[in-house]
Design a protein around this ligand. Structure first.
Ligand SMILES: [Zn+2]
Length: 135
């Protein structure tokens, strides 16, 4: 049986505010300075912040943003669907257009902010090389 040791936080490193980093990432801003942008294209994270030079290439968001968006959009769309027409009075063509369109637009709108928030959280937790040799 292998023994796993959890990494101990380094007491000499400065504190990184997790909530602030998540909020900055959600807004598409650098989790370190909050000034530079982190996305070069829709979901392409820039290798470094243009404002402060923070290395952003360490992020490993992978599929987590998609899972979070799936969870959020599913609850929003199904909840809205069940409360807007509980008696089924709307014609079926409205449902066939409205809910897939709402799902698509919400997913596209939320994917970049959620990925930014995940990158911000990884930075704040010093994951995947975000430990920082700058400090
Ligand atoms: Zn920055």
């Amino acid at each position: 049986m292998t023994h796993y040791e959890f990494p101990t936080p380094q007491p000499t490193l400065p504190h990184r505010d997790r909530w602030l980093s998540v909020k900055r990432g959600f807004a598409g801003a650098c989790p370190h300075c909050g000034q530079g942008r982190i996305f070069g294209k829709y979901l392409k994270v820039l290798p470094e912040c243009a404002a402060c030079g923070e290395n952003l290439s360490h992020h490993r968001a992978d599929d987590l943003p998609a899972y979070i968006v799936l969870f959020l959009v599913g609850h929003i769309v199904v909840g809205t669907l069940m409360t807007t027409d509980p008696e089924g009075l709307w014609p079926i063509w409205i449902h066939m257009i409205l809910w897939p369109l709402m799902t698509l637009l919400l997913s596209l709108a939320l994917l970049q902010p959620v990925k930014g928030a995940v990158v911000g959280l990884q930075w704040a937790l010093r994951m995947h090389g975000f430990g920082g040799d700058e400090e």
